[in-house]
Design a protein around this ligand. Structure first.
Ligand code: TTP
Ligand code: MG
Length: 421
């Protein structure tokens, strides 16, 4: 009976810190369809399919996404549009077919990335407000490290607050997974979709993963999953309990990774994106505007906001651009480059106004200003990186089924967070 009771955790401080990282994975629910509902409230509660190629005469095309009501009919992302139309005919074709009932039909909408990116920017601004470290992975998906903002005891409330803010301020729902690792958080966000919140505490990770099908593990697509099954490994728990030797033999380094992930081990840190490539801001009019006055005022406000943001980030710019969206939804961009980088808000405004003159007698529904060709003060270049491939943690991504989206945010780095206010 020499010493008093030992304080738990004194020994492995470092390990414990790692174990206790709190990672949120946030993923919007049926994102493109949710965006369509924002501008057309009649679509709420209805089956909605967003995709290409459903207009009469078109034969090729695919589903980008389907609302959860449309998924009930068997419509899903990446499906041929012809299959989707068989399972869920268009509401627009209702009167042509006496056999059809209204309840068997759905609404089809074309993909409009410009609109979805505007909505995504609003969501991401909120996420950046809620966390110091945010990694944007795709247009509707991000990881947040919130270790310094909350604690495991209260993280449910924290995550609910994030969900509430997005719903109130943007009008769409997101699902959130909370876990001590990125891969478990990613799986958790998908666990209870839509509008889900799943918290996996550090001592629950193995138990949480164990019953899941191997397809859900990071880096496992349909082909790998089939091979794992052939080895008798059906669930993450099977993989976790297996001898890693044959896995490494069969799949190489990736085999080790699959094994680690199945055991809940993942030491990747949430790293923010590298330097933004541009700063932009855009704003929509309530209805299309033709008079030059309000258009010029809009451009001046946007130019000031963008220049201010660049200055706060310590960035100089060499190129100034404007965007004008004319009805129905035609996007025009114009830009001009300077001989060298500047930090000059008046010049941004002046150039943007000049570029706008081309649209003086056109109706516009939305305007934007962008500065690009950025140069940052040399001092804090240390964090310059973050364009690694293989970012997408989803098993779908690993098999390339959703390549169409991987580049959405990558194309412009953090630009999109600033868009639209
Ligand atoms: P996801 O987050 O995979 O899908 P989702 O948001 O529509 O639905 P969920 O509720 O299951 O998260 O992808 C985000 C958006 O990316 C999606 O709304 C449309 C687009 N997308 C494609 O264009 N093609 C695809 O194959 C997939 C999977 C998505
Ligand atoms: Mg989503």
């Amino acid at each position: 009976m020499a010493d008093g009771p030992q304080l738990p955790g004194v020994a492995g401080d470092v390990d414990e810190d790692e174990e206790n990282r709190i990672v949120l994975h946030v993923d919007a629910d049926c994102f493109y369809a949710a965006c369509e509902r924002l501008r057309d409230p009649d679509l709420r509660g209805e089956p909605v399919v967003v995709g290409m190629g459903y207009e009469p005469g078109e034969t090729v095309g695919a589903v980008a996404t389907a609302s959860y009501e449309a998924r009930e009919f068997g419509v899903e992302s990446a499906q041929a549009i012809s299959t989707a139309l068989e399972r869920l005919p268009r509401r627009a074709d209702l009167q042509d077919d006496p056999e059809l009932t209204r309840a068997e039909t759905g609404h089809y909408r074309p993909v409009d990335m410009d609109h979805y990116e505007s909505v995504a920017a609003e969501v991401k601004a909120i996420l950046h407000d809620c966390a110091d470290v945010v990694r944007e992975v795709s247009v509707d998906e991000a990881y947040l490290d919130v270790t310094d903002r909350t604690a495991w005891e209260v993280v449910d409330g924290f995550a609910r607050h994030v969900k509430d803010r997005v719903r109130r301020e943007v009008g769409i729902t997101v699902s959130i997974g909370v876990a001590p690792t990125m891969s478990a958080a990613k799986i958790a966000s998908d666990f209870d979709k839509p509008d889900g919140l799943t918290v996996v505490r550090p001592d629950e990770v193995r138990e949480f993963l164990s019953p899941l099908e191997v397809d859900l593990l990071y880096g496992v697509g349909p082909v790998t999953a089939r091979e794992l099954r052939e080895l008798g490994l059906e669930t993450a728990g099977d993989v976790a309990a297996a001898d890693p030797g044959p896995l490494v033999e069969r799949f190489g380094e990736r085999g080790r990774e699959i094994y680690d992930r199945a055991r809940g081990e993942d030491d990747r840190e949430v790293e923010p994106r590298g330097r933004p490539k541009s700063f932009s801001r855009e704003s929509a009019f309530g209805s299309p505007v033709e008079e030059p006055g309000p258009k010029r005022e809009g451009i001046e406000t946007l130019a000031a906001a963008v220049a201010d943001r660049a200055r706060r980030e310590g960035a100089m710019y060499r190129t100034v651009g404007v965007k004008a969206v004319t009805p129905p939804y035609d996007v025009h961009t114009r830009e001009r480059s300077l001989p060298g980088p500047v930090d000059d808000p008046d010049l941004v405004s002046e150039i943007a106004l000049e570029l706008l003159t081309e649209f003086d007698d056109r109706r516009v529904r939305k305007l934007g200003v962008r500065v690009s060709n950025l140069e940052f003060a040399a001092t804090d270049q240390a964090s310059l990186d973050g364009w690694s491939a293989g970012d997408r943690g989803s098993s779908a991504g690993a098999d390339g089924t959703d390549a169409s989206l991987a580049s959405e945010t990558a194309a412009d780095g953090q630009t999109s967070l600033e868009d639209f206010s």
